[in-house]
Design a protein around this ligand. Structure first.
Ligand SMILES: O=C(O)CCC(=O)C(=O)O
Length: 275
């Protein structure tokens, strides 16, 4: 999808619901390239780590801060990603990249993500403005109920930040408030095809169940921030460096392949909670 621009209706849906699904955000050719690179990428494998959920099931991910001229970086910096983030985030300072993650939920073993708001994590990094942050998830494989697709509580971003504590090696939202939210708002299973995108607000409550199916569930999640939203407790620095966009065609037409070691990967310490 080139020359992509969110419509006024999509923008208002995002603000009402706290998320937005865009089908076929990537073409089949782009989605195939992303899939092939992801499964063959040795650098990514080398930097992947496991994160335990509350039941001790492991979910695998790699997280990096600096988007390069590899396929993931070219997608992250593409006009359609950066300008969509710009259309949806509050403020008008430059759009920056906080981090990207390759989520690798393997068949039968891929663990759950507990209910949380991303800003439950990022508040601890001392970002002050949740409206100036958002995530874009791109499905690399099909995501459905069976393989543990994302679940969101529609409209929950309007609750503002709720308390979070630790849940396994993850950060989890107060169950009491999650229960109240579920009594009040709709639970939506975000089933996606490869190349579909999910945009979600940093205060949208979301989770995903363990992958008990025979199929992998892989996705790329890129997090954007405005340069005006300074994290006072975050050493990576990436989140306030303005992005230089590249054309949407770059991920297919430029040389880009897998990630290089210079991408500044997060190295998880033993038992360290994420983010
Ligand atoms: O990919 C998933 O299943 C959930 C990821 C998630 O909750 C997150 O990255 O905040």
């Amino acid at each position: 999808m080139t020359n992509f621009k969110l419509t006024p209706q999509q923008i208002s849906d995002y603000h009402r619901d706290g998320y937005l699904i865009v089908k076929k955000f990537l073409s089949d050719e782009e989605a195939n390239k992303l899939y092939t690179i992801a499964i063959e990428d040795d650098t990514m494998k080398k930097h992947a780590f496991d994160l335990n959920d509350q039941a001790g099931k492991k979910t695998k991910l790699s997280l990096w801060y600096t988007p390069g001229n590899d396929t993931y970086g070219l997608l992250t910096k593409s006009k359609r990603m950066v300008e969509s983030a710009d259309q949806l985030m509050d403020g008008d300072a430059s759009v920056c990249h906080f981090h990207s993650k390759l989520m690798q939920k393997e068949p039968k073993v891929g663990g759950a993500w507990e209910w949380h708001q991303d800003y439950g994590y990022w508040y601890k990094n001392e970002f002050l403005f949740p409206e100036q942050m958002l995530s874009i998830m791109i499905a690399i494989t099909e995501a459905n109920k069976e393989n543990g697709c994302m679940q969101v509580i529609k409209g929950s971003h309007k609750m503002g930040r709720i308390e979070h504590g630790f849940a396994g090696e993850q950060v989890g939202a107060s169950q009491h408030y999650v229960d109240l939210a579920l009594k009040t708002m709709e639970l939506v299973y975000v089933e996606l095809q490869p190349g579909d995108a999910l945009f979600f607000h940093s205060n949208t409550l979301h989770r995903s169940a363990a992958n008990l199916s025979n199929n992998s569930r892989w996705s790329l999640i890129s997090v954007y921030n405005r340069s005006s939203n300074i994290p006072y407790n975050e050493p990576s620095g990436s989140s306030t460096v303005p992005l230089e966009t590249v054309p949407d065609e770059a991920m297919l037409e430029w040389q880009g392949d897998g990630l290089g070691d210079e991408s500044n990967f997060l190295v998880k310490e033993k038992d360290q909670a994420l983010k």
